[in-house]
Design a protein around this ligand. Structure first.
Ligand SMILES: [Zn+2]
Length: 292
């Protein structure tokens, strides 16, 4: 059997990163700016530019190409939706890229790529059912079984951030109230802080020493809501491991007090699911893309 090459491209709002894996080991990596303000055609040219560099390294006709990008391809229209690179929303991104690169391409959102990369090469390696959680600006997730992303009939598997925690709770951009995302994402936490007249970023707030009484209350509620939301996942699918990613996943209290809060809501006297920090950091997206 010949060598196995996989090209991964992480298409973000500010940078496009590529990696070439040879038998799952990286042999090339580079990044260029997205320059999204110059529009979709320019972004496609940038993708093509970095892809050509990757191709030179592969030097074989036998390889796969995967793309990781925020948002998702709507199953009915095949158009991109919910991307934070706004000019790409409503475009037929998948077919446009395939045409530009003249090669078939798999495309998947960043939370699913994160979960796949951590399950295959990162903190979840060796576990059958891995749930990956991203706590960043928003709150996403991905569900990987035997190193395969589980998508489901509605392609929303892992969209745990929009399950309702409190029916009359905070308003969410998705049109519902009380979504998990409005409580435990960076953006959600910042909105809550603003409503209390506190002008810290989520990260500044979480890491702030000497919190006052109100701040301690908000912080404890944050950990409590983290516990409730994660316990809902465990009660539903009981994954073998949960890997945390995104900007808020560095908070060490999630892995001590946060785990105690989960225990309160898990339907089992003792819960042993490992809740762990990711291993691949910012690289999970591009690795996940290559593994698609
Ligand atoms: Zn929502």
């Amino acid at each position: 059997m010949g060598e196995k090459f996989n090209i991964g491209i992480d298409l973000g709002g500010t940078k496009i990163e590529t990696i070439v894996l040879k038998d799952e080991l990286p042999i090339f990596r580079d990044r260029i700016p997205t320059e999204a303000e110059q529009g979709p055609d320019h972004i496609l040219n940038q993708i093509s530019k970095i892809y050509t560099q990757a191709l030179d390294v592969v030097g074989s006709d036998d390889f796969t190409v995967g793309i990781c990008t925020p948002g998702s391809i709507a199953p009915d229209t095949k158009l991109l939706r919910n991307s934070n690179t706004l000019c790409l929303n409503g475009t037929a991104l998948h077919s446009m890229i395939e045409e530009k690169l003249n090669h078939s391409v798999e495309i998947e959102n960043d939370a699913n790529c994160f979960a796949l990369a951590e399950a295959t090469l990162g903190a979840g390696k060796g576990h059958e059912l891995v749930f990956g959680i991203i706590m960043g600006t928003g709150c996403g997730g991905g569900f990987v079984f035997n190193n395969q992303i589980r998508l489901g009939p509605n392609l929303i598997s892992g969209e745990w951030g929009h399950s309702v925690l409190y029916p009359d709770g905070n308003e969410c951009y998705c049109g519902k109230r009380g979504c998990v995302e409005t409580y435990i994402s960076g953006g959600g936490l910042e909105t809550q802080l603003k409503n209390h007249g506190i002008n810290y970023s989520a990260k500044e707030f979480l890491n702030k020493k000497n919190k006052n009484e109100l701040e301690i209350k908000i912080f404890d509620e944050f950990l409590n809501n983290f516990g409730r939301s994660v316990a809902n996942i465990i009660n539903s699918i009981d994954p073998d491991i949960i890997v945390l990613g995104g900007g808020l996943s560095n908070l060490t209290r999630l892995y001590s007090q946060g785990i105690e809060e989960i225990q309160r809501y898990v339907f089992s006297g003792s819960f042993k699911t490992p809740i762990v920090m990711n291993k691949l950091g910012d690289s999970a997206g591009v690795y996940g893309a290559a593994l698609l």
